[in-house]
Design a protein around this ligand. Structure first.
Ligand SMILES: Cc1cc2nc3c(=O)[nH]c(=O)nc-3n(C[C@H](O)[C@H](O)[C@H](O)COP(=O)(O)OP(=O)(O)OC[C@H]3O[C@@H](n4cnc5c(N)ncnc54)[C@H](O)[C@@H]3O)c2cc1C
Length: 629
């Protein structure tokens, strides 16, 4: 669906229609001041722009659960959730934000339930909760069930519910519109709008807005082996860098321990929560050795590193589909879970294993290996979703620019996210950001509804138009017909511009990033990837063009822009990883194996040119401790 017509000025543009974008739209519309404005006849002009039909957003793939201390278990309390989140993030978490997360989690989950999310239930009718890695009571002594779930389809439930609520509220969507540019005004202190490419028609639109909220999700496609869907190409993060702003803690990428061999598709942590056990080639349940108290339910970074240690020690196994191949997997043994129970609470997991590995998990071991899963860092935001830059030891908010969800970093996940905390982050901080945008619209003398006519006189208008025109020119270059005579059919010349394409570059970039950073890294591995990214890959990206001239439904055009975005992001991730001379959470530097709180109890703030500044972590009442599970 596309909007009937494009407004001259929007009060708010929300880019992204996953849990964060949809929560923001609902937060905005339900805020009291917006309701009052609407009643007074000044309905604000709001548009949600999404490169996918909203129900295809990756939120719909979330399986395991959403974390909250709901009070159903007597030992649990939001304080323990707060503690676990800070410890799970290896003390790189901003504690004011984590307090909010844990405190407001129960209301967020109850709100979802009242909006229509069909949670699984306990026998006495409460919302059912399962244990998840790192969620405990009494300072880690006792694992507690804290992840509220809907079998293993929680994301599907949440996404459909939020979308239905938005449709009921009359939210307007521009579906399958791809945002190519974030535009700030000339002062660089205020947002001016975005440029978007309507994939249905091939038309490039200049969208002017007083407020823009980025909710574009993660960037798992930076890596070859990933649990993320194909659309997670870090667009919002790259747009922010290209607009001259910074990213926070982008070196922290979570590798989930159990990606299905070869495909990287996620086998939810719920499989281990329900009794699944990791085993090495000797059949040993090795996690007892690495994390005696928590074993298979230790935090994800700990489990992923333990798996790699087993593989390095020669106790890995080969994927049964490729028995002569590398022994770079480990077994997930789910045979101890009673089959009926497995089918009842893990239907999606069973289906995935049967369909993609051809294995019956009630009888056979499943080959798994760590898979790129979640970006802890992202666009730096305050707890109200305002985007800021860090300079002269201060936060400088960009007026009217907001972000939420996986593309953002309010810093509740620090150096490693706990399972169930990201749906919570997206729903809770998405909602808060929406409310903040609502307050800004209601508090502003110039709403789009009131003064669309004068808006065109804004100087920012020209800036957005200029960016759109530049994209139109670029698009017509991308679509220019190939010169068949220049094509070289020789395979050795596969990177000749006429033979190359975005998908090939994506695969090469993913492989290089995996060699450089997957689970562990060091200066040399990072330098090698940077060399490729800065020279070879950048040149290839510049030379890419589409192989069909049609501007309508030409997926190769968006694929080119996506891979260019990934390259922009890869540089930032590599530079930030290189700058942090310590090991913390998901970042394991083999050349700096220890955590160094003296120097690096700080958030990295990396800009598009690669320079890194450091922002102190907000510590309230939990000074750093050693992190053991
Ligand atoms: C397989 C899997 C299982 C998971 N399981 C869990 C779990 O059990 N519990 C948990 O807490 N978390 C889980 N997560 C993480 C969690 O699902 C995500 O972090 C969260 O859903 C992200 O929501 P989001 O709204 O930020 O982004 P998404 O849901 O990814 O949505 C991004 C949106 O941005 C739009 N977009 C992106 N770029 C552009 C552009 N250039 N122009 C226009 N639109 C754009 C897309 O169309 C999409 O609508 C899981 C993740 C995966 C991959």
């Amino acid at each position: 669906m596309s909007p009937k017509h494009v407004e001259q000025m929007y009060d708010a543009l929300i880019v992204g229609a996953g849990a964060a974008g949809l929560s923001a739209a609902l937060g905005l519309l339900r805020s009291e001041r917006i309701a009052a404005m609407t009643q007074a006849g000044h309905t604000p002009k709001i548009l949600v722009v999404s490169k996918l039909q909203p129900l295809r957003s990756h939120t719909g793939s979330a399986e395991g659960g959403i974390a909250a201390s709901l009070g159903n278990v007597s030992e649990d309390d939001w304080h323990w959730h707060y503690y676990d989140t800070v410890k799970g993030g290896d003390w790189l978490v901003d504690q004011d934000a984590a307090q909010l997360l844990a405190k407001e989690a129960p209301a967020t989950v109850i709100n979802l339930e009242r909006s229509g999310v069909a949670f699984s239930r306990t026998a006495d009718g409460h919302i059912a909760q399962r244990k998840f890695g790192g969620h405990t009571a009494r300072f880690g002594e006792q694992p507690v069930p804290r992840a509220a779930y809907a079998a293993d389809r929680i994301g599907h439930q949440i996404l459909h519910t939020l979308w239905q609520q938005c449709v009921a509220q009359g939210v307007e969507f521009a579906e399958e519109w791809y945002v190519t540019d974030l535009v700030l005004d000339e002062s660089h202190e205020q947002v001016a709008g975005v440029v978007a490419y309507d994939t249905h028609t091939g038309k490039v639109h200049a969208l002017h807005a007083r407020n823009v909220l980025l909710a574009t999700g993660g960037a798992g496609r930076l890596f070859h082996t990933t649990s993320n869907s194909w659309d997670l190409t870090g667009d919002g993060m790259a747009l922010t860098l290209e607009a001259g702003l910074q990213l926070e803690d982008s070196e922290f990428v979570q590798f989930h321990p159990t990606g299905l061999a070869h495909t990287g598709i996620l086998i939810s942590e719920a499989a281990r929560a329900e009794g699944g056990v990791l085993r090495n080639s000797d059949g040993e349940a090795f996690m007892q050795r690495y994390a005696p108290g928590h074993a298979d339910l230790a935090a994800r970074d700990v489990v992923s590193r333990s798996i790699m240690a087993e593989i390095d020690a020669g106790r890995g196994v080969a994927d049964p589909k490729d028995p002569q191949g590398p022994r770079d997997c480990i077994w997930l043994d789910m045979t101890g879970i009673e089959p009926d129970h497995m089918h009842a609470v893990l239907p999606q997991v069973v289906e995935t294993i049967e369909d993609y590995a051809g294995i019956d998990p009630t009888k056979d071991y499943v080959p798994v290996k760590p898979t790129a899963h979640y970006t802890m860092g992202g666009i730096p935001i305050t707890v109200d979703g305002e985007v800021y830059t860090w300079a002269d030891d201060e936060r400088h908010v960009i007026a009217g620019l907001y972000a939420a969800g996986e593309c953002s970093c309010v810093s509740v996940h620090g150096a490693n996210r706990l399972g169930g905390n990201s749906l919570l982050d997206a729903c809770l901080f998405g909602h808060r950001a929406g409310v903040a945008v609502g307050a800004r619209i209601a508090g502003s003398p110039d709403t789009a509804a009131q003064d669309a006519a004068t808006a065109t006189a804004d100087q920012s208008h020209d800036t957005v138009e200029a960016a759109a025109q530049a994209r139109r020119n670029e698009l017509s270059d991308l679509l220019k017909p190939n010169d068949p005579a220049a094509a070289d059919t020789d395979d050795t010349a596969s990177h000749h511009p006429e033979n190359d394409n975005a998908y090939r570059l994506l695969a090469d970039l993913g492989a290089a990033m995996e060699r450089a950073l997957a689970v562990r890294c060091n200066h040399d591995s990072i330098a090698e990837a940077l060399r490729l990214v800065d020279s070879d890959f950048t040149e290839r990206a510049r030379a890419l063009h589409a192989h069909s001239e049609s501007p309508a439904f030409n997926q190769e055009v968006t694929a080119i822009w996506e891979v260019r975005h990934l390259l922009e992001l890869a540089k930032a991730v590599l530079r930030a990883s290189d700058a942090r001379h310590e090991s913390r959470g998901s970042l394991k530097r083999t050349d700096y194996p220890n955590r160094d709180d003296k120097q690096y109890l700080a958030h990295s703030m990396v800009g598009g040119t690669g320079e890194v500044a450091w922002q102190p972590v907000h510590i309230l009442d939990m000074p750093p401790q050693a992190r053991a599970y």
